[in-house]
Design a protein around this ligand. Structure first.
Ligand code: ATP
Ligand code: MG
Length: 483
């Protein structure tokens, strides 16, 4: 070891012993038990998250029963997510959500929860196993055709796996005999798995047969109040997509077999999108092409503009239902004159797994995933130098850095990983980091060993590389928003 390196190493080790990252050694070389109480001790010595230990299997051999090879995968998000060990196909339209995906989903769910609570939503959880009786009452048992996954229990009773829950939630609310107008607007929502036997499951999580949806159902005293609720949910959706950094357009939509009077879709513009949208270049008019009867491209709203066609991925759908379900299931309440009224309803879907994949679809490069920063599985990846290289002493600095981040930036706890695969060059590991899309990659190499240490920081969202002092780095990472 060169004398100067030796000096750096001594200095770093000294600092680490002082901050207790490394256990003190006694004369026989064994680690001494620190005197701190057990709880403090375990917090302080919590080992960093190691990339070598994360279950993120890339390039799994079996690519599903459809026998597709990696090169044949149907869209960018599916290919990148499979290659990065985020999802693994099990059977058509069904996937294993691997740990990094689950982390990202949990974050997305937290953001959705915040926005839904912000407008007075209350979360519940309804059974996925739905009795056919309810669906027969609404006549959707027949209307849904092959899309419904149907099954029988041991007594021969019919069930379906819930593709949506208008029937279930309306019956629930109808069961409360004492429902009062004072409880309105009542906004109930859940985030659960939905089941639809899609004719063409494809594009990875974009169109699955089993997927997560947030579905909210609103109950109001009057049509007017229901429209207000409708508007507040649309605004919450707009806020959600802004927070995720996604450009989303709200278009007029068809009401389909959910039924009702007014409907909008929230669409992310993307070439692989399966919806065709028409947007006026002159005014705010935008609609799904399904809603327009003529082939003309004159704007029906401002009359002067021309409608321009583009493609979109539907990530959300809102419906004003009126009394369609509340009438059938007798969801009534007592109004301010103590007279019974039939609730005015709305329903509001968000494709949770679809949003995740769609975000990856529209944000990523061909080589690497780019996440909406807020929901990236991990925020920071620290890369120590290759083992045996001349910057080897940086390895200790990298650990020290992670320790400091944990101590000074509580928001980043659990968000920083150490790429400890130091048998690999920095270049190879950088390539992986690019593929997985950590918003920030910090390289601890030559610059970090200088008298005034400099860290190389790659901000993957912008592609920018910066050289920062430790304070500069803490400043930068201190601004990272987490959820
Ligand atoms: P699509 O037209 O894409 O089939 P839909 O109109 O049938 O969707 P909705 O009933 O409006 O879907 O469901 C609400 C939301 O659930 C959709 O906006 C979408 O984001 C999501 N979603 C619907 N079907 C799927 C699916 N097969 N896989 C993943 N997400 C889905
Ligand atoms: Mg829809």
């Amino acid at each position: 070891m060169e004398p100067v390196m030796h000096h750096v190493r001594q200095r770093v080790l000294h600092r680490l012993h002082r901050t207790r990252i490394l256990p003190k050694r006694n004369h026989s070389g064994c680690a001494e038990q620190a005197a701190a109480p057990p709880s403090t001790q375990s917090r302080r010595t919590k080992p960093p998250l190691l990339v070598s230990r994360l279950y993120q299997p890339s390039n799994l051999r079996d690519l599903g029963q459809d026998g597709r090879l990696p090169g044949e995968m149907t869209c960018k998000s599916q290919r990148l997510m499979q290659q990065a060990g985020l999802i693994h196909p099990s059977n058509p339209g069904c996937y294993y959500y691997l740990p990094a995906t689950v982390r990202s989903m949990e974050k997305l769910v937290r953001v959705i929860d915040q926005e839904m609570h912000g407008i007075g939503g209350q979360k519940l959880d309804m059974p996925s196993l739905c009795s056919a009786d309810l669906w027969k009452t609404s006549q959707r048992w027949d209307l849904m055709g092959n899309e419904l996954f149907r099954l029988k229990d041991r007594h021969g009773a019919d069930y379906c796996l819930g593709p949506t829950h208008e029937e279930a939630v309306t019956t629930l609310v109808a069961h409360q005999a004492t429902l009062s107008y004072r409880q309105f607007p009542l906004l109930l929502y859940q985030i659960t798995r939905k089941f639809r036997d899609e004719p063409k499951p494809r594009f990875g999580l974009l169109r699955g047969r089993e997927f997560y949806m947030k579905d909210m159902y609103s109950f109001d005293v009057s049509e007017e109040a229901a429209y207000e609720t409708y508007e507040s949910v649309c605004q919450a959706y707009a806020r959600l997509f802004t927070r995720l950094g996604l450009r989303c357009i709200q278009v007029q939509a068809d009401t389909g077999n959910i039924g009702g009077k007014l409907s909008h879709e929230f669409q992310l513009p993307a070439d692989i999108g399966e919806d065709r949208l028409l947007v006026c270049g002159n005014c705010s008019f935008s609609a799904n092409i399904e809603t327009l009867s003529s082939d003309k491209r004159d704007c029906p709203q401002c009359k002067t503009g021309t409608l321009v066609e583009s493609k979109g991925i539907e990530v959300g759908h809102t419906f004003y239902l009126g009394q369609k379900y509340s009438h059938i299931f007798k969801a009534t309440f007592s109004n301010s004159q103590n007279k019974p009224g039939v609730a005015e309803m709305g329903c509001f879907g968000l494709g949770v797994t679809r949003i995740l994949a769609a975000a990856i679809e529209v944000m990523s490069t061909e080589e690497g995933i780019r996440w909406p920063g807020l929901i990236a599985p991990y925020q920071v990846c620290v890369l120590p130098p290759k083992k045996g290289s001349k910057e080897d002493a940086g390895a200790v600095l990298a650990e020290e850095l992670i320790h400091t981040l944990g101590e000074t930036l509580p928001g980043l706890r659990g968000e920083v990983v150490l790429d400890d695969r130091t048998q690999m060059t920095i270049g190879k590991r950088l390539k992986d980091a690019n593929r997985l899309g950590y918003p920030y990659v910090v390289v601890v190499a030559q610059g970090a060993l200088e008298e005034t240490p400099r860290f190389e920081v790659i901000c993957q969202q912008t592609g920018e590389t910066m050289f920062l002092s430790k304070d500069g780095l803490l400043d930068l990472l201190g601004k990272v928003e987490t959820v």
